[in-house]
Design a protein around this ligand. Structure first.
Ligand SMILES: CC(=O)N[C@H]1[C@@H](OP(=O)(O)OP(=O)(O)OC[C@H]2O[C@@H](n3ccc(=O)[nH]c3=O)[C@H](O)[C@@H]2O)O[C@H](CO)[C@@H](O)[C@@H]1O
Ligand SMILES: C=C(OP(=O)(O)O)C(=O)O
Length: 416
């Protein structure tokens, strides 16, 4: 089993280039199968989730060619293949194959998704959406069976603001007969990215980025070329790592607007920030103030940034309160931070964090962003001793070239 080793205490310095967004890529790759001809995706990140999805597309009969960060997906000889088990269970975003296959073939059999199960993650809103479009949905032994004689547009009000349900309904509805309206839709930038791809394929989607999305179904979609937006969660993690190590880092190839919630919080703590057109410079300071952080849906502070932020808050003077309003118990990483000397108490859906000096320890990542929190903490430990992180396979889901990027910034980090 791989592990990451970090000899901390080195301020990060230099420039890091951010790759395409995982949470876009894992929706765009399945979306491509709705086309009748080849879709080319640029700026594709090199992540295990993307690799598994690619294998799934090949199992479905697509021809996939990857060259660096470019992937060409030709779904012209795609078949409807049931996928109750196997690779499908390895990642969360395999649920996008439900919407995509339903749109393309009117049917899908997909095993319940795996991935980071930091707490129960229901998909009832996805299913409610498919049913509203006229599909019959049943759970047979842990696999979701979806079948529709004909997909018909419908008005769907989401009970919770869900990224996955919003995208999944958009995928299926883009090939439905008539108009679908999604109310209380999620507004994340990745949703806009998926709609941009679908519209380039010939779909008719408006309203993305607002709480009402209108999708006029079309009878067929065609191939196109699309460049994936930068990964705002990777970008935010490097911003936090730069601040935590009192470094000086330019995080490049980003959309600064997508970073506003993180930028504002770092500024409030006293971190130096310079914003450019496609990059942001983070200038670390010797002392930071404690702050309160609330993880919310976009444009609020992202729940995916909550865990790395917790590691930074251990470096602030006084008491910070970090509350997650999206996932009430996304805190499995906290006992590991405590093992590293962090002073954190859990109260309901909040972590109460006192400033502390971290120390090296052997710790285990049990989910992707919890793993990122441990990396930030390991980098922050004053020199002397090595932090050992296992569970690296979780981190591989969302951070490409992590060791290379951090090493280039001057970190002492290696993988064994
Ligand atoms: C691949 C991907 O893009 N993953 C992101 C996506 O996950 P994902 O799309 O799975 O998360 P959702 O936005 O759906 O979840 C938001 C909230 O709604 C609840 N819920 C969701 C769906 C549903 O059918 N029923 C229900 O109750 C969830 O338990 C959670 O409390 O958005 C999350 C919230 O920003 C991020 O943490 C994940 O990184
Ligand atoms: C939770 C995450 O991803 P997923 O929904 O793919 O598990 C994440 O990116 O932090």
């Amino acid at each position: 089993m791989d592990k990451l080793l970090i000899a901390g205490g080195r301020p990060l310095r230099g420039t890091v280039q951010i790759s395409g967004a995982k949470n876009s890529a894992v929706a765009l790759v399945p979306a491509a199968i709705l086309a009748e001809s080849a879709v080319t995706l640029d700026n594709l990140p090199e992540l295990s989730d993307v690799a598994i999805l690619t294998e799934l597309l090949v199992e479905l009969g697509a021809t996939v060619e990857r060259n660096g960060d470019v992937m060409k997906i030709d779904p012209s000889s795609l078949k409807s293949v049931p996928m109750p088990n196997g690779n499908i269970k390895k990642l969360r975003a395999s649920y996008y194959l439900m919407g995509a296959l339903l749109g393309r073939f009117g049917e899908a059999v997909i095993g319940l998704p795996g991935g980071c199960n930091f707490e129960p993650r229901p998909i009832d809103q996805h299913i409610k959406g498919f049913e509203a479009l006229g599909a019959h949905v049943s759970n047979e032994g842990g696999a979701i069976h979806i079948r529709a004689k004909e997909l018909r547009g419908a008005k769907i009000y989401l009970d919770v603001v869900s990224v996955g349900a919003t995208i999944n309904i958009m995928l299926a509805a883009s090939r439905a007969k008539g108009v679908t309206i999604i109310e209380n839709a999620a507004k994340e930038p990745e949703i806009i990215d998926v709609a941009t791809l679908l519209n380039s394929m010939g779909a008719k989607i408006i309203g993305v980025g607002t709480e009402t999305i209108r999708i006029e179904g079309v009878s067929s979609l065609h191939g196109c070329r699309h460049s994936i937006i930068p990964d705002r969660i990777q970008a935010g993690t490097y911003m936090i790592a730069a601040a935590a190590t009192r470094g000086d880092v330019v995080v490049d190839n980003i959309i600064p607007k997508h970073m506003e919630a993180v930028t504002a919080k770092l500024q409030e703590m006293g971190v130096g920030i310079e914003e450019m057109d496609e990059s942001v410079r983070i200038i670390g300071r010797p002392e930071y103030q404690s702050v309160d952080v609330r993880a919310l849906v976009y444009p609020g502070f992202a729940t995916d940034m909550q865990s790395p932020m917790c590691s930074l808050l251990t470096q602030a003077k006084g008491t910070s309160i970090l509350t997650d309003y999206v996932y009430s118990s996304r805190f499995k990483y906290i006992p590991e931070l405590v093992r590293m000397g962090a002073k954190i108490k859990l109260e309901g859906r909040s972590a109460i964090i006192e400033g502390s000096v971290l120390q090296p320890a052997k710790v285990k990542a049990t989910d992707l962003r919890g793993g990122a929190a441990l990396v930030v903490a390991g980098l922050t430990v004053p020199s002397g001793g090595v932090t050992e992180i296992t569970g690296v396979e979780y981190i591989d889901r969302g951070y490409d070239h992590l060791v290379t990027n951090l090493s280039r910034l001057g970190a002492e980090i290696w993988r064994e």
